[in-house]
Design a protein around this ligand. Sequence first.
Ligand code: ADP
Length: 658
Amino acid sequence: METNITYTFSEDNSFLISTPNIITIIGNGFLELIGYSKDEIINKSLSEVFTNLLRIPQEIFEQIDIKESIDCYIFTKSLEAREVVISSFQGKDAKNKTYLVVEKPNTRLDEKIIFVEQLFKDNTKGVAIYSVPNLVLLKANQMFLDFKETPFNNKEYIIGKSLREIVKGFKGSEVEVIWDSILETQKGWGLKEFRYDNYSRGITYWDSTLTPIFENGKMKYIFQTSIEVTEMVLNKRKLEEQNKIIQEQKEQLEAILENMIEGVTVRDKCGNMILINATAKKIMDMADANKNAGDVIYGNSFTDLDGVPISSDKIPMVRALKGETVKNHKLIFKQPDKESIMEINATPIYLNNELIMAVACSHDITESVRNQRIIENQQERMLQVQIEKEKNEALKKAIEMKDEFLSLISHEFKTPITVINSAIQAMEFICKDELSHKAKGYLKKIQQNSLRQLRLVNNILDITRISSGHFRINKNNHDITFITKAIVKSIYLYTQQKGIYLAVSSKMEKKVIGLDEEKYERILLNLLSNAIKFTPIGKRILITISSRKGFVCIKVKDEGIGIPKDKQAIIFERFGQVDSSLSRQAEGSGIGLSLVKMLVESMGGSVSVKSKVGIGSTFTVLLPNIKTIESFQEKNLEALSDNRLIQATAIEFSDIYL
Ligand code: ADP
């Protein structure tokens, strides 16, 4: 390039002269421009001074000698950029070459772009200016350097270098695309959280602006501001992640809350509902859910488990809102259409020592309480059954013990009574003529009462024997018609004496069945003695024998005083006398009929009574119409009228006073 400036080379001019490559003469103006001393320049090679000290790029330096003049930036010793024109001249001596280095007027950055200068000074952002189009770093503040990594954080190293050298991994990067686009479009860029991966410290994020600066309509510089926002971005990311986790947890919590079988409600400190899950909604009707905690009571009523109403200030939620922790409070929640038993826990929640809300968790325990009650009732019943069983066993044992005792005592009684009886009989027989009429009367009384004693003892012994299973039935085949008639015949005397009409009739002339003759005798005599006892003079007693569906039926019908309906069942029980006033009409112990029942049943039969007070009673004995398969030996008919029957009748009729 031809220079049109004519210079007079005085010492003060900005020039330097070099013999081939070595600088030999320097103008003061040049030293002033670059800020180096003469000693730092003299005798140095041209390339060292231009490229190393003044930081002219190698490719530009190579053009200095080719072109007559060249525009470029040099950098002073204090690393200030100076825009200069370098012209080269051939000296007279062909060996010498003169280089004129002239600063372009009004090109100093600090004077030209004052607003930028302020940013450099503030040092609140990394700030740098690059030349256009070479993108040489002309100026950078300390913060810009601080953002760089070694060796780029050294001003000495970085100033004067092009962007390609400064930015690691520039070639083919997004950074290159952006800068190229600025050069091409001449429009600035604002980068937000721009990710840069090439620092050895790892991924970094940047907020940057890249602003073209124009001069005479031409883009002259690109101004860059940068601030590292890595920490902020990472924090933001972390925050976002945390938010995401919190959100997820919130959703999980909400899902859990929604699906819980417990009803959960949260109310703020004023009692207004903040949260209510699905179960709680089901428990409460929504009109109540929307009400203030303290007002809910008016819609529905709460009572304790005994049905006593609970006032509004005693509701768990209201108590929790007053700072109380309520545990397992059971209450009944009454609604118009239903009643539920609830178990409620309620807790106040504090933030910085201040109560901000309260949570209540309600569990519908209606079902479990009901089940519990059912179980308790069942247990109660089982316990009662058990107690009853134990009582019965104890009673059974007591009866057994009593029976044993009775049996023992009866045995002890029987021997002396038998002796007394024999003695009386002996006296009657041997001393018949020696006894006075009065003595005979006393003897008769002694005999009758000893027979009564014997009857009682025999009855007790038989009953205890049957109860303990030691009773024997000796069945033989007998004609029951004959036996019955014989027994009835044996008591004619008694009825005649008492003035009672006695008859026996049978539809069967002969009926042979398996029978314990002695036991049958006891049965019939017992029934007959009762009939005589309770039948007044002039009335009738009728004995009938018939056959009825597999049974032989013996009826003893009287026209006596009769037995009240409600007493008919108890007379077959042991000591079951109808009442003391009745029984007092005739002596008796109240065990005769129970023995009759036992004897009849032990022979496979049954006994029953039909009676009307004032009209009379009918006792019906049914005995199986079966012959015994044991030995078939009909008893000698005579045998029945022997002493034994007389004796048995005397005993059975001993309590009939004629
Ligand atoms: P007891 O040994 O005292 O006669 P029973 O067991 O033979 O006892 O009779 C029980 C009670 O039944 C009698 O005390 C009497 O009240 C009533 N009873 C029994 N047979 C008759 C009857 N034929 N007529 C009226 N009452 C009777």
